[in-house]
Design a protein around this ligand. Structure first.
Ligand SMILES: CC(C)(COP(=O)(O)OP(=O)(O)OC[C@H]1O[C@@H](n2cnc3c(N)ncnc32)[C@H](O)[C@@H]1OP(=O)(O)O)[C@@H](O)C(=O)NCCC(=O)NCCS
Length: 183
C-alpha cells in the first residue's frame, strides 16, 4: 500500500508534538502512521495497514462508542497513537484491549509514556476494570513502558507470532482495577 501522505520528520518538531484525543480529522495521517509501523514487520499484528476505508470505519466507530484513544500529532499530522477497544460481549464489556505505536523518528522521547498515560487515565474514568494487551516478547522497549505504567505480566503465549519464517512468543499483560467500576 502506498503511503497516503508524507510524514512530518523534523527533530525540532518533537517539542511541538501535541497529545490529543483521536478525532475524525486524524483519519488519513493515523492510517499512514499505522502503515509505517506495520511495515516494519516487528511490532504489530498488521504487516501493512488495512485499506483506508476500513481504518476510517475503525476510527468513526470507536469515536461513536466513546472508546479511549489519543494521538501524538505534529501540526495535526498523527505520528503516534494509543487506543483501548472495549470488548463487545456483555460478560467482557468491562475489558478493553490496548494498542499503540509511534513512527520511528519520534520514538524514545517520552511520547509513548504520555500517550499511554492519557489513554489509560481516560479508560479509568470510563469504568474499564481490565485493560489488557499482547506484546511480542522481543519488544523490550514496549514491555519496559508497560511495566512502568503498571501493567502486570499474566503469561506467555508460546509461538504466538510467525513473521518472516520465525516464531516468537507473546506476553499478555493487564491492569486490573475493580475500583474503576464504582465511578
Ligand atoms: C513502544 C513505544 C510505543 C514506546 O514509546 P516511546 O515514546 O518510544 O517510549 P518512551 O520514550 O516513552 O519510553 C518509555 C520508557 O521505556 C524505557 N525504554 C526505552 N527503551 C528501552 C529498552 N530498550 N529497554 C528498557 N527500557 C527502555 C524508556 O527509558 C522510558 O522509560 P522512562 O519514561 O522511565 O524514561 C514505541 O517505541 C513504538 O511505537 N515502538 C514500535 C511499535 C510498538 O512496539 N508498539 C507496541 C506494540 S505492543
Amino acid at each position: 500500500m502506498a503511503p497516503v501522505r508524507p510524514m512530518v520528520e523534523d527533530s525540532s518538531d518533537i517539542e511541538s508534538v501535541e497529545i490529543a484525543p483521536l478525532a475524525l480529522g486524524h483519519i488519513e495521517s493515523f492510517h499512514h502512521a499505522l502503515d509505517v509501523v506495520s511495515r516494519e514487520r516487528k511490532y504489530l499484528s498488521f504487516l501493512e495497514a488495512p485499506p483506508l476505508d476500513q481504518a476510517r470505519r475503525f476510527v468513526m466507530d470507536r469515536i461513536a462508542r466513546g472508546d479511549p484513544g489519543y494521538v501524538a500529532a505534529v501540526r495535526g499530522e498523527v505520528v503516534g497513537w494509543c487506543d483501548i477497544t472495549r470488548h463487545d460481549r456483555p460478560i467482557h464489556a468491562h475489558r478493553g484491549t490496548l494498542g499503540m505505536g509511534i513512527v520511528p523518528h519520534y520514538r524514545g522521547h517520552g511520547l509513548g509514556r504520555k500517550l499511554i498515560n492519557a489513554t489509560v487515565a481516560q479508560a479509568r474514568k470510563d469504568g474499564f476494570v481490565r485493560i489488557e494487551l499482547f506484546v511480542h516478547s522481543d519488544n523490550a522497549r514496549a514491555i519496559a513502558l508497560y511495566d512502568k505504567v503498571g501493567f502486570v505480566r499474566e503469561g506467555v503465549q508460546r509461538d504466538a507470532i510467525y513473521i518472516d519464517g520465525e516464531y516468537r512468543d507473546a506476553i499478555v499483560m493487564a491492569i486490573v482495577e475493580r475500583e474503576n467500576a464504582a465511578g
